[in-house]
Structures are given as structure tokens and as C-alpha cells.
Design a protein around this ligand. Structure first.
Ligand code: FES
Ligand SMILES: [Fe+2]
Length: 437
């Protein structure tokens, strides 16, 4: 790979190799995922010493663990003996990590603490040798409970990297009357046979919704016509939201930032999703709790921020209003796993949490009528770009009409602008220009 990699994504278009070439994928794992701040865990998953999750920095598995000194550590999930994956569980609690192959034991900060039959090394193996510890990720930092890792010792701090996206995390946490959130249960995982960027590009693409999701829009409309209280159902609201006319989609604000981040304004306007009505008893109880905690004005500011899909480049999609997130795990150039989970808001009615699970199930579960349609697109785009020698992908919708915004980024002239895609490739070029470490 040469430093002409960035030429594969000039402004407004992208070469198909960016999605199909395994060498480009390998370069992305080195140059983007090792350098960026990559989301790896939420502190609620590792609240007590010994608690751990296994996460991914790009295509590499890491263990994120709370040690007895109270700190969170992240280290390679790869045994320093003969290369075995040390921990196969996705999360749990352990006193130590014991490699399943020959039993080497590692503390919850990654250091080597035990070698069975150590005398077989005739005194030539020193367990205290730092090279035998599980390899530490260079930097790990939290922002309001969201834990990010960057496997490069230098570069911007986490808050510099997040920039205006800190507001999305702030709003996610502030929506809890008790000021804390936790990932209470499990989540969904879905694998698709397509490049990781296809999902990131899709998430803030308002142009595709009414076309790709037409079948679920139609079926939701048919059901809503029959049900008097159809407006109370989250999935119905969402399916119908995707069917807004393009003229209405163009009214939605779409924001992009040079760091690759983006988000859009909310476009599900009816029913309990909007939390706009005091008539819904769950929302009314939630609103009361929020006002008690924050006062009326601040509570309404927090609840009134109507946005959708905050992409924190390169692997996190946050949805503060719907108390959920998605995390991308690139597996190979043509395979990606998407993890999704809900947040429980401390001191909010339990029913809020149940609603967010319903919403996530309708939007991002293997049974979702919406995600299934998107994944069909990703699979078929991957195959078509792989098979065809047509070189370029076009993403010029709205190019030249993006305007500077006082949040430090740009806002699309219309909601269907491909500004979020261009923002991702501005960051992509910047990362790919840098030589590997
Ligand atoms: S590979 Fe881990 S103990 Fe041998
Ligand atoms: Fe979609």
C-alpha cells in the first residue's frame, strides 16, 4: 500500500476498492482503528473489580477489564504463550484470565501471574517480563461513562477527538433523572456480508428511507388504519416515519464534521416516541422525575433535543432520545458485525426502558423489518461492487451547498444531502494519508 490510498476517495466520490480490496481494509485497521478513539465499553458493564467485556478495536479482540486498583485496562485478547484467544466470553467477572490452552494466568490488568509447570523453563522465563503481559492498548479514557480506546500513544485527547459529539453523550446521560445510565441487559448482534462503511454511510442517509423501507411503511400504514390506538405503538411510528415524503426529509437538519462524525434531526414526529405529550402516563411520570431533578427549563432542554443517529467515527452510533446505541465491528473487507444495546435511565419509569427495547427490536434486531431491508442493500452492494469493474461510487448529492454551522461543522442545505458521507471520507482521507506506526 502506498500513500496514494487517500486518492481513492476524492471529494464527492469513492473508488470501489475502498469497499472490496482486502489491502485497503488492512490499511484501515492500522491507520484508522488503531489511531482513532474507538468505543469499547460502557462503565456500567465493568463497575466492580474483575468485571470485563471483550470488545474490538477494528478487527482485533481486546479485553476491557476493571482491575482491583479501580482502573479500567484494555489489553490484547491474545495469549503471549502460543497465541490463543484468552477469553471467549463477551462479558462477565473474573479474578484472573486463565488461557484455555496451557493455563497461563493473567491478572485483570493483563499482567502474567501464573505459568503451570514453570520449572520446565529452567529459570529462563520471567513472568514479570513486561513482554509476557497481555499487550496493553496505548490509551484508554472515559467520557461520562463511555469508554474509548486509542492504540496510539500520541494524538488528540478523547474530548478533543469527540469535539461537538460530546453533546450527544451528555444528552444521553442527562436524560436520566438520576444522572446515570447503564447497559442493563444484553443486546442484539447481527452480521452482514458487506463492508463496515456501508452501515455508517446508511445511518444518516435520509434519501434511502422511503425507498428501501417502502414495504414496512406500507404495512405500518395498513395496520395503523385499522388500529384506533396505532399511534401508541413505537414500531408503527418508526415505520411510518420512514415514509415521510422527500420534501419533508429535506426539512430535517443534517450535520457533518471534519472528524467524520455526523447526526441528523429527529423525524419521528408522532406519538410517545416524541415524549411531547403529558397525556401518556409513562411520559408524564418521566417528565415529573426530570423536572424534579433538573428544574423545568433544563429538563425541557434535555428532553427537547430532537435528533437521531449520532455517528461518532469510526464505530459508534448513539441515539440519545431513544436510549440506545449501535457499535460496529469490522470483521473483514466484506463482513461486519453490528452490536446494539439499550440504556436504562436511572430513576426513570421502568416502562421507558421497555419502550427502548421495543424500539430497538423494531429498528435493529434480526427480526426488524427495517434492518433486514438495509442489510439486503449492503449484501447486494458488496457483491455488485466486487463483481463489476465500474470504478466509482458517487456521493455528490448536495456537494457545494453544505454550509458552515456555528457548532463547528457543516449543515446540509437539504436533509437528503450526502454531507454525512463526505464528512466520513474527509476523516478517512486524513487517517489514510498517515503512514502506519
Ligand atoms: S497459548 Fe495460552 S497458555 Fe499456551
Ligand atoms: Fe435504512
Amino acid at each position: 500500500m502506498t500513500d496514494t490510498l487517500s486518492d481513492l476517495a476524492p471529494e464527492g466520490r469513492v473508488h470501489r476498492r475502498v469497499y472490496t480490496d482486502a489491502d485497503v481494509f488492512a490499511a484501515e485497521m492500522e491507520r484508522i482503528f488503531r489511531r482513532a478513539w474507538v468505543y469499547v465499553a460502557h462503565e456500567s458493564q465493568v463497575s466492580a473489580p474483575g468485571d470485563f467485556v471483550t470488545a474490538h478495536i477494528g478487527d482485533r479482540s481486546v479485553i476491557v477489564s476493571r482491575h482491583k486498583d479501580g482502573e479500567i485496562y484494555a489489553f490484547a485478547n491474545r495469549c503471549t504463550h502460543r497465541g490463543m484467544k484468552v477469553c471467549a466470553a463477551r462479558q462477565g467477572s473474573k479474578k484472573r484470565f486463565v488461557c484455555p490452552y496451557h493455563g497461563w494466568a493473567f491478572a485483570t490488568d493483563g499482567s502474567l501471574i501464573g505459568v503451570p509447570h514453570g520449572k520446565g523453563y529452567n529459570g529462563k522465563l520471567d513472568p514479570k517480563d513486561p513482554a509476557l503481559a497481555l499487550a496493553q492498548v496505548a490509551r484508554i479514557q472515559s467520557y461520562r461513562g463511555f469508554v474509548f480506546a486509542s492504540d496510539t500513544p500520541d494524538g488528540p485527547s478523547l474530548t478533543e477527538y469527540l469535539g461537538p459529539m460530546t453533546r450527544a453523550i451528555d444528552n444521553t446521560v442527562d436524560r436520566a433523572p438520576g444522572g446515570e445510565i447503564d447497559i442493563a441487559g444484553g443486546g442484539f448482534r447481527q452480521r452482514y456480508m458487506g463492508n463496515w462503511k456501508l452501515h455508517m454511510e446508511n445511518a444518516n442517509d435520509l434519501m434511502h428511507a422511503s425507498i428501501v423501507h417502502a414495504s414496512s411503511v406500507d404495512s405500518a400504514q395498513a395496520v395503523a388504519d385499522e388500529l384506533e390506538d396505532g399511534a401508541e405503538d413505537h414500531a408503527l411510528q418508526m415505520f411510518k416515519g420512514n415514509g415521510l415524503p422527500l420534501s419533508a426529509m429535506d426539512q430535517v437538519e443534517i450535520h457533518g464534521f471534519a472528524g467524520g462524525h455526523s447526526y441528523m434531526g429527529g423525524f419521528y414526529k408522532e406519538g410517545p416516541i416524541t415524549q411531547a405529550t403529558n397525556e401518556d402516563p409513562v411520559v408524564a411520570a418521566y417528565r415529573t422525575a426530570m423536572i424534579e431533578s433538573y428544574g423545568k427549563n433544563r429538563a425541557e432542554d434535555i428532553m427537547g433535543w430532537d435528533t437521531f443517529n449520532h455517528l461518532i467515527y469510526p464505530n459508534l452510533i448513539l441515539n440519545p432520545k431513544h436510549q440506545q446505541m449501535r457499535v460496529l465491528q469490522p470483521v473483514s473487507v466484506d463482513c461486519t458485525i453490528v452490536h446494539s444495546a439499550c440504556f436504562r435511565l436511572k430513576d426513570a419509569p421502568e416502562k421507558m426502558y421497555q419502550r427502548s427495547i421495543q424500539f430497538l427490536s423494531a429498528l435493529n434486531s434480526p427480526a426488524s423489518q427495517i434492518t433486514t431491508d438495509d442489510i439486503a442493500m449492503f449484501n447486494n452492494m458488496q457483491t455488485a461492487m466486487d463483481e463489476s469493474d465500474t470504478e466509482w461510487v458517487n456521493m455528490s448529492r448536495g456537494l457545494g451547498h453544505d454550509q458552515a454551522h456555528d457548532d463547528g461543522g457543516e449543515i446540509g442545505e437539504v436533509g437528503t444531502s450526502e454531507l454525512p458521507l463526505r464528512a466520513q471520507y474527509t476523516a478517512w482521507r486524513e487517517f489514510m494519508r498517515q503512514q502506519p506506526r
